[in-house]
Design a protein around this ligand. Structure first.
Ligand code: PLP
Length: 393
């Protein structure tokens, strides 16, 4: 097995390392305290209590109540459960769903699947800065719209949509409002009541918990949402998600939520300063621009277009084992679609041509990064981009 011990990791939107405190919290449930949370003996009751505390921790991070949280294997499952569930349960009201062309593939592919089942889906466009046009939303909403699904923050650009306004407009026609908050929860303050969110998904591995655990928030107070299960079986999670509970993962998610709630503003300040420093320096390279709105944006994300520099080649240059530098991990597009050779659907929806989309790189920063790392990255990117440009000119 190969270990990478000299890595500068700037791909936190793809996944995060596990916080040691999270690992400490989950470890007993991977070892001695391995009981099934549904067993009625005391050993099982202890595991059940741990899940119960985690449910409170997750709910507190998003201003929900514990009974509104359904644990899942991650955001993809939560999104499927929410969108397919609303489609099934509310189709007597209508069969129209609204989403945005820059959503994550988990939302887009689920909506495309529903189109094959007779649902009509409107994919809103975005402006050049990645924000939707609220007037366009107003014109597509109808009495038969049952669901509007708009992500809180974009995984590629960090652009934050005007969620509160979107929720109000959706509720105006009696539609439910769902938000994929996978990239926002744990980074910025999210309150489902203040924002008017009826369904929200979050994922452990984006906030320093392990992969394979996440949650769906399903509103049960004021405008109760009813959805059927995707997975049938033992009736876990109030019948919404059967399957033996992933106790260590759930405990980890709870702890990660509690930590991020406590450290939200500290992280925003320190990570934001690093991102701003990195971005300012990289923009000094000729022929560079930031993709996406820079005022309504996550503090940790910078998506930069380097004209005349193919991003795949830049990424390879930054992670070349033959140079003496640490491996620098950055990305172009979402990790979930990076196996495809299509240009980023997010950037092309914002009006970038294919060449520009293929010349853009996402830097996403996290709490373990340092200023020293930024300096190494700045120098490395400057070198790689200029040698690449000199080769093609
Ligand atoms: N939605 C967004 C915005 C994401 O960034 C991701 C992960 O890349 C997902 C959904 C899918 O999350 P998960 O990996 O938990 O299934």
């Amino acid at each position: 097995m190969k270990y990478f011990n000299n890595v500068i990791y700037l791909d936190y939107n793809a996944t995060t390392p596990i916080d040691n405190r999270v690992l400490d919290a989950m470890m007993p449930f991977l070892t001695n305290e391995f009981a099934n949370a549904n067993s009625t003996h005391q050993f099982g009751v202890h595991a059940y209590e741990a899940v119960k505390s985690a449910r409170v921790q997750v709910s507190e991070l998003i201003g929900a109540e514990a009974h509104e949280i359904v644990f899942t294997s991650g955001s993809t499952e939560a999104i499927n459960l929410a969108i397919k569930g609303v489609a099934e349960n509310y189709q007597s009201k209508g069969k129209h769903i609204v989403t945005v062309s820059t959503e994550h593939s988990a939302v887009l592919d689920t909506c495309q699947y529903l189109e094959t089942k007779g649902f009509e889906v409107t994919y809103l466009s975005v402006k050049a800065d990645g924000l939707i046009d609220l007037n366009e939303l107003k014109t597509v909403l109808h009495d038969d719209t049952i669901l509007v699904s708009v992500m809180l923050a974009n995984n590629e650009t960090g652009v934050i949509q005007p969620i509160k306004e979107i929720a109000e407009l959706s509720h105006g026609v009696g539609a439910l409002f769902m938000s994929d908050a996978t990239q926002a929860v744990g980074k910025i303050a999210v309150n489902v009541d203040e924002l008017g969110i009826d369904l929200l998904c979050l994922s452990g591995h984006k906030l320093y918990a392990p992969k394979g655990v996440g949650a769906l928030y399903v509103r049960q107070r004021m405008n109760r949402v009813k959805i059927p299960a995707l997975l049938h079986g033992g009736g876990h999670e109030k019948g919404l998600r059967s399957g033996t509970l992933n106790v260590p993962g759930i405990v980890a998610l709870g702890e990660a939520c509690a930590i991020s709630k406590r450290e939200l503003s500290k992280n925003a300040e320190s990570i934001g300063a690093l991102r701003d420093y990195l971005e300012t320096e990289l923009l000094k390279i000729e022929g560079t621009t930031v993709n996406g709105n820079t005022s309504s944006r996550l503090f940790n994300t910078s998506n930069i277009l380097f004209r005349g520099a193919d991003s795949d080649v830049v990424i390879m240059g930054l992670s070349n084992p033959e140079n003496d530098l640490p491996l620098i991990a950055v990305s172009n597009g979402s990790a979930c679609t990076s196996a495809s050779i299509e240009p980023s659907h997010v950037l092309t929806a914002m009006g970038l041509d294919e060449v520009a989309a293929f010349s853009s790189i996402r830097f996403s920063i996290g709490k373990f990064n340092t200023k020293k790392e930024m300096d190494i990255v700045i120098d490395a990117v400057k070198n790689v981009v200029s040698s690449l440009r000199s080769m093609v000119s």
